[in-house]
Design a protein around this ligand. Structure first.
Ligand SMILES: [Fe+2]
Ligand SMILES: [Fe+2]
Length: 291
């Protein structure tokens, strides 16, 4: 899950996504994952945060915020995020655990206002957020079962625990719009494009059950760098893979983040509307071919 895609050229030079007039009944949400900050993160990624802050009311970061899970990497990221004057909600990813410094990373990011969720909830202008890291184990009939050796049972137990944490968090959200962020994928659809051999390490169907039970509005995740940007749970809940390399590869005409409108008080479908496609497409047409 390397291949961070930073080297694929500069971020498209665009104005922000035509900021929609802010209303009390609409929250603009920007989502992104797998920024893998390190000492060698190119400066070309920094303007991205400025574009996000101009376009959105809240930023959702879905893990692998650092590359080797080092507190020093988190400090570099925190310096950039400190310039983002909108609220930020995040979960950590597997890379953020590599050096056993995840608590320090959470603290460093918390010091610049990032709400890092680990079975927790957070609310912003009536929209509820629940976040977990998630875990792997595979999907559908191929999901690993808790059977046989103790270590296999422990591996499966980790995914079950993450699903239970998510369920408990969702039970605490009362509003009509419940947004879930996680690092691992809860469905197979959004990892399609990766090598079949690594599917079991990209997510777990066990994470899907709480999403359906609580009829969440939308799910954002990362981790599958070569996956597909959109899918749906078996019950039709939209799932977005917002991994930085996925966005770079699939949306070459716009900055690599997804933008959505969420209507906090709207009951029923759709609670979340992707903004990017229509707006970016119209701007591209308006401005003629890119140079
Ligand atoms: Fe990643
Ligand atoms: Fe990851």
């Amino acid at each position: 899950m390397q291949d961070r895609g930073y080297a694929a050229g500069p971020i498209p030079s665009v104005e922000a996504a035509m900021p929609t007039p802010m209303t009390e009944d609409m929250v603009r949400l920007a989502a992104l994952a797998d920024i893998h900050y390190s000492k060698s993160t190119p400066s070309s990624i920094q303007p991205l945060f400025a574009q996000i802050a101009e376009s959105a009311d809240v930023l959702v970061l879905c893990g692998d915020l650092t590359d080797y899970g080092l507190a020093d990497e988190a400090r570099i990221l925190a310096k950039d995020l400190a310039q983002v004057k909108i609220p930020i909600v995040a979960v950590l990813g597997n890379h953020d655990f590599e050096a056993n410094q995840e608590r320090e990373i959470t603290q460093i990011l918390g010091d610049v206002g990032v709400h890092t969720l680990d079975g927790d909830t957070w609310e912003f202008r009536g929209v509820g957020f629940a976040g977990v890291r998630g875990f792997c184990g595979g999907f559908g009939r191929g999901a690993l079962a808790a059977w046989g050796e103790k270590i296999i049972k422990e591996f499966v137990h980790e995914a079950v625990q993450e699903a239970l944490k998510l369920e408990a968090a969702l039970a605490r959200l009362s509003g009509p719009q419940r947004i879930v962020l996680m690092h691992y994928a809860p469905i197979r659809d959004t990892v399609d494009g990766e090598s079949l051999e690594i599917y079991p390490f990209l997510g777990s169907s066990r994470l899907e059950d709480p999403l359906s039970r609580f009829e969440v509005t939308a799910v954002f995740h990362g981790h599958a760098h070569k996956g597909k940007p959109e899918g749906r749970t078996q019950t039709g809940i939209p799932v977005y893979n917002v991994s930085y390399p996925v966005l770079k590869a699939n949306y070459t005409d716009r900055p690599p983040f997804r933008l959505f409108e969420v209507h906090p008080t709207t009951q029923g479908e759709p609670g979340v509307t992707p903004l990017g496609e229509r707006r970016w497409a119209r701007r591209a047409t308006d401005q003629g071919p890119a140079a």
